[in-house]
Design a protein around this ligand. Structure first.
Ligand SMILES: C[S@@+](CC[C@H](N)C(=O)[O-])C[C@H]1O[C@@H](n2cnc3c(N)ncnc32)[C@H](O)[C@@H]1O
Length: 262
C-alpha cells in the first residue's frame, strides 16, 4: 500500500469512527431523561444480581445493627418491630437485610423505580411497606418529624450536590436516638498508592462524562465531612475497599460505610 493510499484509508477510517460516535451520542441524547432512567433501573437490577458485585457481605455487616434497634413507637416496640425510612430505594436491594416485621417508608424521585420496587417487595414478605413517596430526599417534607427509628441510604449521595440539605431532613425525621445507616462509593482515599484511580475518577467527573452517563453520579466525592458536620450526636464510619473483583467496577471500589446517631 502506498503512503497516499494509507493516508486516504486512515482518513476514511477516522471519518467512520467520528460518524459512529456522533450517531451514538445523538441516540444517547435522544433517549436521555425518562427513558434513560428506565434503562438505568433495568441495569441496576441486572448488576445487583451479578456475582462479581460482592457487596452482600458488606451490607450484611452494616445492617446487622438494625436487628438490635428498639422502636420508639410503643405498638411496634411491643411487637419487636421498627420503622425504617429508605431514601433512594432503587430496586429494593436492601430489603433482604431488614429485620422481620419492619415497617417501611420509601422515598425515591424516579417514578420508574416503583415498578421494580413492587416486583421486589413480593419476594420479601418479612417487611411491610407503609408508604411509597416519589420525591427527593431533600424534599421529603411529607415524612413527619421524629417519626422513623432508622434511616437507610446507600449509593445515593454520589449524585447529590448539597448533601447538607438531605442530611438535615434525615435528622428531622429520625426519632431522638434514631440511627442513620449509610454506604457510598467515594473518591480514592489513598492517592499515593492508587493515584491512577484517583486521577481517572477526577477526570471522568470533572469532564462531565460520569455524571452524563450515570444519572448525575460523581466518582470523586467523599461524604464523610458533610455527615460529620450535619449535627448527629455520634458518627462511626469507615473508609474501605469494597470486595469487587470485576474490572468495570474498579472506579467505585473505594467506599464509605457507617452509622450516625441523632
Ligand atoms: C445507584 S441507585 C441506588 C439504589 C439503592 N439504594 C442501592 O443501594 O442499590 C441511586 C438511587 O437514588 C435515587 N436518587 C437520586 N437522587 C436522589 C435524591 N435527591 N433523593 C433521593 N433519592 C435519589 C435514584 O432514583 C436511585 O434510585
Amino acid at each position: 500500500m502506498s503512503t497516499g493510499e494509507m493516508m486516504s484509508w486512515w482518513v476514511s477510517a477516522s471519518a467512520l469512527y467520528v460518524m459512529l460516535a456522533v450517531i451514538l451520542f445523538s441516540l444517547l441524547n435522544y433517549f436521555k431523561g425518562d427513558s434513560l432512567c428506565r434503562w438505568l433501573s433495568a441495569l441496576q437490577q441486572f448488576s445487583s444480581t451479578k456475582p462479581a458485585v460482592k457487596l452482600e457481605e458488606v451490607k450484611k455487616q452494616l445492617f446487622v445493627g438494625l436487628g438490635r434497634e428498639r422502636s420508639h413507637d410503643p405498638l411496634l416496640r411491643e411487637r419487636g418491630a421498627i420503622r425504617i425510612l429508605e431514601i433512594g430505594v432503587g430496586t429494593g436491594s436492601n430489603f433482604t437485610y431488614y429485620p422481620p416485621d419492619s415497617r417501611l417508608v420509601v422515598v425515591d424521585p424516579n417514578p420508574n423505580f416503583a415498578r421494580y420496587y413492587h416486583a421486589h417487595k413480593e419476594r420479601f414478605s418479612h417487611i411491610r411497606c407503609e408508604r411509597v413517596i416519589t420525591a427527593t430526599g431533600e424534599r421529603m417534607d411529607m415524612v413527619p418529624d421524629n417519626s422513623v427509628d432508622a434511616v437507610v441510604m446507600t449509593l445515593v449521595l454520589c449524585t447529590i450536590d448539597d448533601p447538607g440539605r438531605i442530611l438535615q431532613q434525615i435528622i428531622r425525621v429520625l426519632v431522638p436516638g434514631g440511627k442513620f445507616y449509610f454506604f457510598e462509593h467515594i473518591r480514592e482515599f489513598d492517592g499515593e498508592r492508587h493515584r491512577l484511580r484517583q486521577k481517572l475518577q477526577d477526570l471522568l467527573t470533572t469532564t462531565g462524562i460520569a455524571p452524563y452517563f450515570l444519572e448525575g453520579c460523581c466518582l470523586n466525592k467523599d461524604m464523610l465531612p458533610a455527615i460529620g458536620a450535619a449535627g448527629f450526636s455520634k458518627v462511626s464510619a469507615e473508609r474501605f475497599y469494597a470486595p469487587i473483583d470485576n474490572f468495570v467496577y474498579q472506579l467505585v471500589k473505594p467506599c464509605l460505610r457507617g452509622v450516625a446517631e441523632k
